[in-house]
Design a protein around this ligand. Structure first.
Ligand code: SF4
Ligand code: SF4
Ligand code: SF4
Length: 271
């Protein structure tokens, strides 16, 4: 791998390679270039995850002429596909080195073992929602109970924006979560459930289920479950599976690729 990256850099196939390097004991995202190619010896490949594709989209936004290489696990590749679809990155500017670290599958979005290995401290809360629960399991609860549990989870939010900042597909220059007419300021938690539902709506058809937001959340809110739900609705309504194809259009619901067949969503009145 290191030899391949070195060749890409030296032959000008890429200008920068995004990977990880340990600095003072901490693995951090790192830019390798032909000027520091010797440092590739310090490239680390093991169990570190970061939204390198978000770094790539920032570089691309400022310097679209730069060709970027990066390490890409399945989740990175799904995020890249979304960024291509939303014109945040040009696939012609990106070269990836595939890393297989988990059994996740682009079509099935199966659970990522990385998250399960790092599930220390996540446990069932009597009054909250188990971060490791399956969506289908929590949906067997009565809606009134589930509503209360979500409200409890949201009440823990300290509005640190960690979930948004780490998210590879949160790329807006002006974020609704900082719009003062939508999200009030000066109080914690942020107005619930608005703060979380705004973000959840924005993740419909975008979230690639990498789980980085949940890893980053200091309050342990089961964000991944929330975004799985909105994507399940997107899948049911539009047949749209996020991150599977760099050529799918998020808006082509009336076009050839996707047939719009709305399905009724049944809500009981318990909540
Ligand atoms: S799981 Fe979280 S961080 Fe990952 S894409 Fe979805 S919202 Fe963004
Ligand atoms: S939370 Fe919504 S508005 Fe903010 S960056 Fe993410 S997608 Fe954009
Ligand atoms: S990372 Fe957690 S605590 Fe911070 S804003 Fe997001 S949900 Fe709230």
């Amino acid at each position: 791998m290191k030899e391949q990256i070195k060749t890409w850099l030296e032959e000008g196939m890429i200008d920068v390679f995004l990977g990880y390097k340990t600095v003072e004991g901490h693995p951090i995202p790192y830019c390798f270039t032909k000027d520091n190619v010797d440092e590739l010896e310090e490239l680390v490949e093991s169990q570190f995850r970061y939204s390198l594709e978000k770094v790539a989209s920032h570089i691309h936004g400022a310097h679209p002429e730069i060709k970027i290489g990066l390490l890409a696990r399945d989740c990175n590749q799904r995020a890249l596909n979304v960024l291509y679809v939303w014109n945040q990155l040009d696939p012609e500017s990106i070269k990836t080195i595939k890393l297989t670290c988990c059994p996740s599958n682009l079509k099935e979005h199966a659970d990522c073992s990385y998250l399960e290995q790092n599930a220390v401290g996540r446990q069932k809360f009597e009054i909250g929602i188990d971060n490791n629960a399956a969506l289908a399991t929590i949906e067997t609860m009565a809606q009134a109970d589930l509503f209360q549990k979500w409200m409890y989870e949201f009440s823990k939010c300290i509005k640190c924006y960690g979930c948004r900042n780490i998210c590879p597909v949160c790329f807006c220059k002006e974020c609704s979560l900082e719009h003062q007419e939508l999200i009030g300021t000066g109080a914690l938690p942020p107005e619930i459930p608005i703060f979380h539902l705004v973000r959840a709506v924005h993740m419909a058809g975008r979230c690639i289920d990498c789980g980085l937001c949940e890893d980053a959340c200091p309050a342990g809110i089961p964000l991944r479950l929330l975004y799985r739900k909105v994507n399940e609705i997107t899948q049911d309504l539009f047949g749209y599976t996020t991150g599977t194809d760099q050529n799918q259009s998020p808006f082509n619901i009336l076009g050839d690729q996707v047939t719009l067949e709305p399905k009724p969503i049944h809500l009981d009145n318990e909540a």
